[in-house]
Design a protein around this ligand. Structure first.
Ligand code: URA
Length: 237
């Protein structure tokens, strides 16, 4: 479903002791006509909040499909009307989904649609519009995350400061893997995360996004972007 991302974020196969080990790319950009269609409508300054919310919700579900590609499963058998079949079920502990307040809340339903049994934690960060530095103002996370797959929801990977802070919190609590789902990303933010969480880290950190835009402007907005995701989802309050 998804194609190549940026040069430098490539996946590669490494041959280790004769068995192939998949080393995953850190940033995966959606390459699918439905994703591109919905993202285009989302960007449109004329798209009103109700439609913006619906499009964001649908995009997250599409991105979640790819973001969960490496989620842990365990083998089970199932009895069909005809015979016994081998299958899998999601492994315990349940995955954790962490929307970053406030805009990440607009992505929660789209993610929960695919992972209805996931637990949900919250982190709130506010960005100082002068310095562009984000600081934590709220946090409700399990103290320990050992063995858990964690999915962070934040619509805009801009400078990367917010996601770097949140991912570091999750890794320090023992998360097995952290995958951020972003509607849009800027190369500056992706590069910052790649530097903070190199591909050979013991804890895999990944970003799945619907688009990699050109750059940030002087106010830290993604260009061409879609504006302020929080305002477009929830109003300019
Ligand atoms: N946050 C947003 O909502 N939009 C941007 O373009 C950058 C950060």
């Amino acid at each position: 479903m998804f194609g190549a991302a940026l040069a430098g974020f490539m996946s590669w196969l490494s041959e280790a002791g004769g068995s192939a080990t998949l080393r995953v790319m850190q940033t995966l950009v959606a390459d699918h006509p439905l994703v591109a269609h919905k993202l285009t409508a989302l960007r449109d300054a004329g798209t009103e909040t109700p439609t913006f919310r619906r499009l964001a919700d649908e995009l997250v579900t599409l991105l979640a499909y790819e973001a969960t590609r490496y989620i842990k499963v365990e083998p089970v058998s199932v009895t069909t009307p005809v015979a016994v079949a081998a299958g899998v079920k999601l492994a315990r502990p349940n995955p954790l989904v962490v929307p970053v307040l406030r805009a990440g809340i607009g992505m929660l339903d789209g993610m929960a649609r695919l992972l209805p049994n996931a637990d949900v934690g919250f982190v709130g960060l506010a960005r100082n519009e002068e310095t562009l530095v984000a600081s934590v103002y709220a946090e409700r996370l399990p103290a320990g995350l050992t063995g858990r797959d964690v999915f962070v929801l934040d619509p805009m990977l801009a400078t990367g400061g917010t996601l770097e802070t949140v991912i570091a919190m999750l890794v320090s609590r023992g998360a097995a893997a952290v995958t951020a789902i972003c509607l849009l990303a800027a190369p500056e933010g992706a590069a910052r995360l790649e530097a903070a969480f190199p591909a050979d880290d013991p804890v895999p950190v990944r970003v799945v996004t619907a688009g990699m835009d050109q750059r940030l402007n002087e106010r830290g907005y993604i260009v061409p972007g879609l504006g302020d995701a929080g305002d477009r989802l929830f109003g300019d309050i």
